[in-house]
Design a protein around this ligand. Structure first.
Ligand SMILES: NC(=O)c1ccc[n+]([C@@H]2O[C@H](COP(=O)([O-])OP(=O)(O)OC[C@H]3O[C@@H](n4cnc5c(N)ncnc54)[C@H](O)[C@@H]3O)[C@@H](O)[C@H]2O)c1
Ligand SMILES: N[C@@H](CCO)C(=O)O
Ligand code: NA
Length: 820
């Protein structure tokens, strides 16, 4: 015999799926391979039968509806596949079986009880019906098929519900049976067998796979095909990890591990007879027949990945037994696990630190209270004496298993696993690794499960490409420019940086839109307008936290004075923040410190290079100097692009207000240019620099020399401000003329020296390093211990949409590099 095919419930579940099953069997027949086929019940039938049994046992009279529906379902298949003239014979055959089933239910109803023995007989009708039905159809189509009731050849003990197979006897019967019918295709009822007394028994979980495996082993087939409704075994549960893909080849041991942790495609224990004979199992998709599926065999073929798959148990409780009295005392764990075994409590994972101070193990949360009671009783004495401090149970946990034979040959797998979890703020509650090095398991909080599965999957299967999930708030000048820049760089980032920036949320002050599957960047503004809901920043941030996406970045491209109140919560929720908005860093020092400390402790990034000098590398350079041990003596610079532009462009005879309007049109000013003209923007920048070098200065410590008349400053609106500015033109002309008379130019300079900040307008001559300026240039000079005689000078355009957005972009990319 070449092979055994097995079709599961979904494959036998509907007319369309049976169509596929018939096609697969006919195709096999055409190539004349010798094979046999095992069938499960039509999907849902086993449960329907159990329900009918339970109802019959509990109600006074029989309710025929379930059985009628079941009969109708099988008749429908007959009417579809069998020509009218031949139908009556098959219908009669199925009806005979259903009548037998009705008699069983009558019996149950009569005695108002359903024993395990009767239950097995009852559910056996599912496989007997489906197999009989398909046999009739194929016979009608002219295939040399025969119906084989597995109860005639699979012999078991008396243990109803999960009977043990008597292999010697069964193998002999199977071989004799197949020898006697060499030229026929046997269609076999899965899941069932019989005991010595001839009673029907069932084989437990994965029963039809077991049947296929028993026949395969008895007949020494070359391969067993398990036909199901998915594309084989996948690298992760595709419902949780969209990027999961089919594993082409996997070893028996790996399949066992993955299945233990929830991958439910096959149930390897039921395939044991095949494993023992090294028969490969091919998992195939009835609904995608040409797909290669997964081969499960003794040794998996080499794979490009270090790990083979990831699976999880979503609901778990962790029991921790702890106490100094356990150290060096033999037998505590023996006692512990003996009592658990006695109570039939299954332990998913065990971990004990070598200090022997505590043992922790994971269990199904449904039995947690029971375990609590059992252990309290068992260890009452030790608890009373203080040898054991107590039994602690933690709930709402999940366990993830990373599985693969390849881990044995590679170092650093657990390092990578823990590091990616850490960078995503996922706390590891417990961990265990078997010495087989086939499986590393981590227990985490359930709320982090989806995020953890996805980042682990990404790390081990797509390490070349890391996806950053970007939330952009503020779609004005800078925000829009950033979006444009992102569109142009997508391919470069993937190819050279291994990064994919996925926009998952966007908001302005009117609307907001979130889509974890990604928002098309080049249409983001239109989509925000058409599909966005009305904006609520608090709600937007709440959604970000709830989604808990891996590698999340929040870009604040607003000038809002409130939005920074959300940064702390975002850091705590493990979201990095990137911003050109200076408000957060220039608020009270305590707030500045709290933000930076929280980001650091949560392992997320807070990036704000564009707070000073827009895209010029000011903050980065400063941080580099500090980190390498340099000491700052003085910082001096022109930190306002707007004011730089004004004093570069304004000459007596021109309108000061008109030059400012030009600066605004060029994107240099703050959304409200009064922030620039008042010196406020510069004050924020120099304050931020002072804090970066470690000074605890407050806004009140800054001396700002005003450059605009108070009437301008008091103007209630931006428009009124421009009007006042027009009136004050002669005031500015006088200032400039005075400087010109001395062959000097005006520069608005910020200085930090001796822990003091001063900001003011200076007239500087040609010998001054800040004399030569152009456009919206900024210049900044760092005098430090190392740059003592000649300062380190950074100079260039310090305002404008393109240079600012590119600074924000660079910050996002650097977070990506950190996370990789
Ligand atoms: N222009 C520059 O050269 C430059 C340089 C460095 C830093 N910056 C900073 O960049 C930031 C953005 O400047 P811009 O010129 O793009 O501003 P803008 O006014 O053009 O855009 C701001 C955007 O933020 C949105 N917004 C404002 N408050 C909001 C809130 N509470 N919630 C959601 N959305 C909100 C607005 O709807 C708008 O889409 C400012 O903080 C500015 O200081 C600008
Ligand atoms: N308005 C700011 C933008 C850069 O922070 C300036 O003029 O410098
Ligand atoms: Na900068």
């Amino acid at each position: 015999m070449e092979k055994i095919l097995k079709f599961g419930g979904t494959s036998c579940g509907s007319i369309a799926s049976i169509e596929s099953v018939l096609a697969i069997i006919e195709a096999n027949h055409q190539v004349k391979s010798s094979f046999a086929v095992v069938f499960s019940a039509m999907s849902g039938v086993t449960n329907a039968l159990l329900e009918a049994g339970a109802t019959a046992a509990s109600k006074k009279t029989l309710e025929p509806t379930i059985i009628e529906a079941l009969e109708a379902r099988h008749f429908e298949v007959i009417r579809h596949f069998i020509p009218v003239t031949a139908q009556s014979q098959v219908i009669a055959q199925i009806r005979t079986l259903v009548n037998e089933l009705r008699d069983v239910l009558k019996g149950i109803n009569l005695i108002q009880e359903i024993s395990p023995k009767t239950s097995d007989l009852l559910v056996s009708f599912g496989e007997r019906l489906s197999t009989a039905l398909i046999t009739a159809i194929l016979k009608q189509r002219g295939l040399p098929v025969r119906f084989l009731d597995a109860r005639d050849v699979v012999k078991t003990n008396q243990q109803f519900g999960k009977a043990e197979v008597r292999f010697a006897e069964s193998n002999a019967l199977i071989q004799a049976d197949f020898n006697a019918h060499a030229n026929e295709i046997a269609l076999i009822t899965g899941f069932i067998g019989s005991n010595d007394a001839g009673d029907t028994t069932t084989l437990g979980r994965g029963g039809s796979d077991y049947t296929a495996s028993i026949f395969g082993a008895a007949l020494d087939v070359n391969e067993i095909e398990i036909w199901t409704d998915v594309d084989g075994m996948m690298t992760a549960d595709p419902r949780k990890v969209a990027a999961a893909f089919t594993i082409p080849s996997i070893s028996y041991a790996e399949a066992m591990e993955l299945t233990h942790f929830g991958a439910k495609v096959i149930y390897p224990p039921s395939l044991q007879p095949a494993f023992a004979k090294n028969i490969p199992i091919r998992v195939l998709n009835t609904f995608n027949q040409t797909f290669e599926g997964t081969v499960v065999s003794k040794v998996s073929s080499p794979s490009p990945y270090i790990i083979t798959g990831i699976s999880s148990i979503d609901e778990l409780a962790l029991v921790n037994v702890q106490g100094s009295g356990m150290i060096g005392v033999a037998g505590v764990s023996a006692k512990l696990f003996t009592v658990l075994a006695k109570e039939k409590i299954s332990v998913v994972l065990i971990s004990q630190a070598s200090s022997e101070h505590s043992i922790c193990f994971a269990i199904d949360p449904q039995v947690a209270s029971k375990v609590d009671k059992i252990l309290a009783k068992e260890f009452a004495q030790e608890i009373a004496s203080g040898d054991i401090e107590g039994i602690d149970i933690q709930r709402d946990l999940s366990v993830i298993a990373v599985v693969g034979e390849g881990m044995r040959k590679h170092t650093g797998v657990s390092g990578r696993l823990f590091s990616v979890l850490g960078k995503n703020g996922i706390n590891i509650v417990a961990t265990a690794q078997g010495s087989s090095e086939l499986n590393i398991s981590v227990v985490i909080e359930k709320k982090d499960l989806s995020k953890a599965l996805n980042v682990i999957h990404e790390t081990f299967f797509f390490s070349q490409i890391k996806t950053l999930n970007l939330y952009l708030v503020g779609a004005g000048l800078i925000g829009k420019t950033l979006l444009n820049q992102l569109v142009g760089q997508e391919r470069y980032l993937e190819k050279y940086k291994g990064l994919r920036i996925q926009l998952v949320g966007i908001a302005n002050s009117r609307k907001q839109l979130i889509n974890p599957a990604g928002i098309s960047i080049d249409q983001a503004i239109e989509l925000l307008d058409s599909d966005g809901e009305s904006a609520s920043l608090a709600d937007f941030v709440e959604q970000i936290k709830r989604l808990n996406l891996p590698n999340s970045i929040f870009a604040d491209c607003t000038a809002s004075k409130e939005i920074h109140q959300h940064y702390l919560g975002l850091f705590e929720a493990n979201v990095s923040v990137v911003t050109p908005n200076k408000v957060a860093n220039s608020g009270p020092y305590a707030q500045y410190a709290a933000l930076h400390q929280t980001a650091l402790s949560k392992g997320v990034k807070f990036m704000y290079e564009t707070n000073v000098g827009a895209g010029l590398p000011v903050i980065n350079t400063l941080q580099g100097l500090i980190a390498s041990g340099d000491r700052f003596e003085k910082i001096e610079g022109i930190l306002s692009g707007t004011l730089s532009f004004l004093f570069n462009q304004f000459v007596p005879g021109k309108s000061f207000a008109a030059v400012l309007r030009e600066a605004k049109a060029k994107g240099y000013t703050e959304p409200d240019p009064r922030e620039d003209l008042s010196g406020m923007d510069v004050a924020r920048k120099i304050l931020i620099l002072s804090r970066e070098i470690g000074l605890k200065l407050e806004f009140a410590d800054i001396t700002i020399e005003k450059i605009i008349p108070s009437a301008c400053e008091a103007a209630p609106t931006v428009d009124a401000f421009f009007e006042e500015l027009d009136k004050a033109n002669s005031y500015f002309e006088a200032m400039v003329n005075e400087a010109y008379a001395e062959k000097k130019v005006l520069r608005y300079i910020a200085k930090l020296e001796n822990q003091k900040i001063s900001i003011g307008l200076r007239a500087v001559g040609a010998d001054h390093p800040f004399y030569q300026m152009d456009g919206a240039d900024n210049v900044i000079a760092f005098t430090t211990k190392r740059y003592h005689d000649r300062p380190l000078v950074i100079k260039g355009p310090g305002a404008g949409a393109e240079v600012t957005a590119s600074g924000v972009f660079a910050d996002i990319v650097s977070i990506g590099s950190y996370l990789s």
